[in-house]
Every structure is written in C-alpha cells, then in structure tokens.
Design a protein around this ligand. Structure first.
Ligand code: ZN
Length: 91
C-alpha cells in the first residue's frame, strides 16, 4: 500500500500596484524596480523617462519606495534653502 504524499504549494500572489503615477508628468507609468541585496531601488517613468535610484530600507516595498521618490521629488521641486537655521540652545 503506497501512500502518496502530495505537497500542494499554494502560491498566493498579492496584487500590489506596480505602476504608479509620475509626479513629473502625471502619467501612470512609473515603475519601481527593487534591487534586492543592494538595498537600492530604481524608479523609472516610461513616459517622461525620469529616473531615480534610491537607497531604501531592505524591508520597504514598492509603495514605500514610491513614497520616498515622490517625497524627494516634491522636496527638490520646491527649491527652498531649507537649512538648519534654528539653533536652539537648551540648558
Ligand atoms: Zn513621468
């Protein structure tokens, strides 16, 4: 009597958004490419060809990378000399 052991591996694929809206051109053509191992991620827009390589925490997902990217983009867009001017001297 042979008992057949069947291992069924269920691969659940989470459907996460992989295409994001580009902060530069407004098209939904921003791809996030995770460079696993190096802690870096590449962001590229297929429409306006904007490209950015970011150093991201290893646990971050694509959405996180996109957030960092937009944060950085809008931060750079508003070129305000935001230097640390408030030198608070506490006792
Ligand atoms: Zn774009």
């Amino acid at each position: 009597m042979g008992r057949r052991k069947r291992r069924v591996l269920k691969i659940v694929k989470k459907k996460l958004p992989t295409i994001f809206t580009c902060p530069a051109c407004g098209e939904e053509s921003v791809k996030v490419i995770m460079k696993s191992g190096s802690g870096k991620a590449l962001i590229q827009c297929g429409s306006c060809k904007i490209k950015e390589e970011l150093t991201v925490p290893p646990s971050s997902g694509m959405v996180d990378v996109y957030c960092i990217f937009t944060d950085k983009y809008y931060g750079a867009a508003s070129s305000v000399e935001n230097q640390t001017t408030n030198s608070s001297s506490s006792a």
